[in-house]
Design a protein around this ligand. Structure first.
Ligand code: NIG
Ligand code: FE
Length: 400
């Protein structure tokens, strides 16, 4: 972590992932690598890129900190575009239930799952959420993550949802990792609305969404569109409302059963549809046509022992695929980009180039930020990763 102006030199491969837009299909293989590369960062913004020779013969080095990458590869900082990293308590006990063979939904029906974390998060103070959130951000940074998306959804009531989102605002201010906020009030039906899902959606629309939107507490609105959670009809109603308030849309779609989430995301023009383990061919085609990004979460499929999302088919169908950890207390309690990388390569048949694109420029696009982060391009933020023995060295320069 270094402040001010910086030159990074002697990168054996400067993997730029260059681009200002999401990459689809075959474009995902294009990384634009500069051999023996160097990057110049001024006031936190990339101002020049080239070979080390070219940069050093044309650039005055006074007032720059020079970092020698020593022949290592240099990449854009990773972007993790789907996490639930701000929560109270833990669900370690439920792991034993899972080992006994209980499914995710069975655990939820027994009072475990999301609602269990809701109880702990309601009890936690904002300071406690900031403290535990900070540790998780530290871990993310050690994996080379420089921007992360964080969702609410463990409060469900107005006050706790606001508390979670405000904790993320504070974390964004105090921690070098940038935090993008998503409102996920429709993560589960809370106990006080048990059996009254429609009323809960109305409560969100009338009492919570206007506050979240007016106070600028979240940029995106998300919903867990799933059998026995929220229907496609309820999801459509909430997301259409959020859209009129200027929020970007995301959907937890087709994770456990095919419910038409991918089709819905396409119809509403969502920025991304996430999970998609059971997305239909028609849904995938519709997403490709309307430019919805597929954010895939292989760590969750691994942990739930489910079949992985059909990344190969999606990319071959011209879709734009992003990858994320889905860090959360239940289905994948890890910040490991390295594991996500390995799972995507080994079990989803994504090439190394496609996986890198999915964790950088496409992940940035899934947060509406392809213009400012996710690649090493002139004018973008100086968020870089020098690959090396773990922990990865993450370089960030202060932006005035
Ligand atoms: O993306 N599927 C719904 N939400 C999270 C899990 C949240 C939890 O179990 O606490 C997910 O996997
Ligand atoms: Fe999730």
């Amino acid at each position: 972590m270094t402040k001010g102006n910086m030159i990074i030199k002697n990168a054996s491969e400067l993997v730029t992932c260059s681009g200002f837009n999401t990459k689809r299909g075959k474009e995902m293989s294009d990384l634009n690598v500069i051999h023996d590369g160097a990057v110049v960062i001024e006031e936190g913004v990339i101002s020049a890129i080239g070979s080390t020779w070219d940069i050093f013969s044309s650039f005055a080095k006074d007032n720059f900190i020079v970092v020698d990458a020593g022949g290592r590869a240099v990449l854009p900082g990773f972007v993790d575009p789907h996490t639930h990293f701000v929560f109270g308590g833990d669900r370690a006990r439920e792991f034993q239930w899972k080992l006994r063979g209980d499914s995710y939904m069975e655990i939820m029906r027994k009072g475990g799952g999301i609602v269990n974390t809701v109880k702990a998060t309601r009890k936690a103070s904002k300071e406690e959420l900031v403290e535990s959130g900070k540790k998780r951000l530290d871990s993310m940074l050690s994996f080379g993550v420089t921007t992360v998306e964080g969702k609410s959804g463990y409060g469900l009531d107005l006050d706790t949802e606001i508390k979670q989102l405000e904790a993320m605002i504070e974390l964004d201010e105090i921690h070098p990792v940038d935090v993008v906020r998503t409102y996920l009030g429709a993560h589960a039906v809370p106990p006080e609305f048990q059996g009254r899902g429609d009323e809960y959606i109305n409560f969100i629309i009338e009492d919570v969404l206007p506050v979240v939107s007016e106070k600028g507490l979240a940029e995106f609105c998300d919903i867990f569109c799933e059998e026995n959670v929220f229907s496609a009809q309820q999801s459509s109603k909430l997301l259409e409302k959020a859209k009129t308030m200027g929020m970007g849309l995301k959907i937890h779609a087709d994770e456990i059963v095919p419910l038409g989430g991918a089709e819905l995301a396409a119809r509403l023009g969502a920025v991304s549809a996430d999970h998609l383990l059971h997305a239909s061919d028609r849904g995938i085609k519709a997403m490709a046509e309307s430019g919805v990004i597929a954010t895939l979460l292989p760590g969750t499929a691994f942990s739930l022992k489910k079949d992985y999302a059909r990344a190969r088919f999606m990319i071959d169908s011209g879709l734009s695929v992003a990858l994320a950890t889905d860090q959360n207390p239940g289905t994948f309690c890890s910040e490991s980009i390295a594991l996500v990388f390995a799972l995507a390569s080994l079990y989803m048949n994504m090439s190394t180039e496609e996986t890198l694109t999915a964790l950088t420029i496409n992940a940035a696009a899934a947060l509406g930020r392809a213009g400012t982060i996710g690649s090493i391009d002139k004018g973008k933020k100086g968020d870089l990763v020098v690959l090396g023995p773990h922990p990865t060295h993450t370089c960030r320069t202060a932006q005035e």
